[in-house]
Design a protein around this ligand. Structure first.
Ligand SMILES: [Cu+2]
Length: 391
């Protein structure tokens, strides 16, 4: 890609960790901020919904669904997962910004809503809309209400919430934080996220979201922006340039490996705020909401850490707290009530990915089972320690 060679020739920029890094691309001259969906202003939301309607009229939903379907087996279940999806959501946003430069891709803070996702305002008529209705499970409210999708064939946009219309529970912010703290390789981080939060949201929303053509549903972009945000949190916690594991062809994945379809090296998307990745994420809503400033403080304050060291190694170390970095100077979000720990609740077991779905998506059952068992053990350990979550 032209921009990449030019950028490399132009010399290395400052990396996010504050040292000159040979792998850095030049810093962006301006950076826009991806916000949580529910913190958009009415003006921002009308920009977004206007652009989505225009993109639908112009066939972009079909195009992105086609791409995701076409390359499906090469972008999941190995180390292409994070870089491909970062590039893919970025491309969506880039096209959207051609329609209206004010468009910025929002994300869904799915951890906030993990206990009962269907009750989230995100899935209400004011925003992304809710469960499909009738025999065909057509989505009839929200920004895509009554839409007819054209890929792969003409059909209404479908959702079919799992668990008899009551999807979830999903994965607690505490568990996601634990994954961020425990993972030391891209390969382990990727399979932990891919087979926990990533998979359950796809299968639990059902309909188009549970298929290879999931970008038909705009929830895909909200979901993958959140997944991308988690990757970035992990990167910022000492794994900025971490890339390992395997490519789809079995070869080692490196920073020089090309991203599937886009044919740009992985390094081109590694560092937000540099090169073409001129965006950042708004401060973490989980951090704002927790009683003591951040979840690790909370966990530390109410627990004998000896019991939980293996789950929260960084918290146990005391100092730097990856997973929940300091809030970026971002626009003020909608106020969220602080829930006292006294009203905290035991973390529920997350819903599990059905084997049949994992297999039908070409996934790896061993990985899925490993993550399932890990998540169960985590819930047991937190329960045993007497932990009650404020979220
Ligand atoms: Cu995907």
């Amino acid at each position: 890609m032209k921009f990449f060679t030019a950028a490399v020739a132009a010399a290395a920029g400052l990396s996010a960790v504050g040292t000159i890094h040979a792998q850095s691309l030049p810093a962006c001259s301006s950076v826009y901020t991806r916000k949580e969906l529910l913190s958009l202003t009415p003006t921002e939301w009308s920009t977004v919904s206007g652009v989505l309607n225009a993109m639908q009229r112009n066939g972009w939903f079909a195009w992105f669904s086609y791409l995701h379907t076409q390359w499906f087996t090469q972008i999941h279940n190995q180390s292409q997962f994070f870089p491909f999806h970062r590039r893919f959501v970025y491309e969506w946003e880039r096209v959207a910004r051609l329609f209206n430069p004010a468009y910025v891709q929002p994300y869904w803070d799915e951890m906030r809503d993990y206990r009962a996702p269907a009750t989230s305002p995100v899935l209400s008529s004011s925003w992304a809309g809710g469960n499909g209705q009738g025999t065909n499970r057509c989505v009839l409210n929200g920004v895509q209400a009554g839409w007819t999708m054209t890929y792969q064939s003409s059909h209404c946009l479908q959702r079919n919430f799992g668990n008899n219309g009551q999807p979830g529970p999903w994965y607690s912010p505490e568990y996601i934080s634990s994954i961020l703290q425990r993972s030391t390789t891209m390969d382990s981080f990727r399979s932990q996220i891919e087979y926990s939060l990533h998979g359950i949201v796809h299968i639990n929303m059902g309909g188009d979201m549970a298929t290879r053509a999931s970008p038909n549903d705009w929830l895909f972009m909200l979901h993958h922006a959140n997944i991308d945000r988690l990757w970035w949190q992990w990167q910022k916690a000492g794994h900025l340039w971490t890339m390992d594991g395997r490519n789809f062809d079995g070869n080692a994945m490196t920073l020089n490996t090309n991203i599937v379809y886009y044919n740009e090296p992985v390094r081109a998307v590694m560092q937000l705020g540099n090169g073409n990745m001129c965006y950042q994420y708004a401060s973490d809503p989980v951090r704002r909401r927790s009683l003591l400033g951040n979840l690790e403080d909370l966990i530390e304050s109410v627990l004998d850490l000896d019991d939980l060291k293996e789950w929260f190694p960084e918290t146990a170390k005391g100092s730097n707290k990856p997973g929940l970095p300091a809030p970026a100077p971002a626009p003020a979000p909608a106020p969220t009530p602080v829930i006292a720990v006294a009203n905290g609740r035991v973390i529920p077991y997350p819903k599990e990915l059905p084997d049949s779905w994992v297999v039908s998506m070409g996934g790896d059952l061993d990985s899925a089972h490993r993550v399932r068992d890990d998540a169960r053990k985590f819930v047991n350990a937190m329960k045993k320690a007497g932990y009650k979550s404020p979220i």
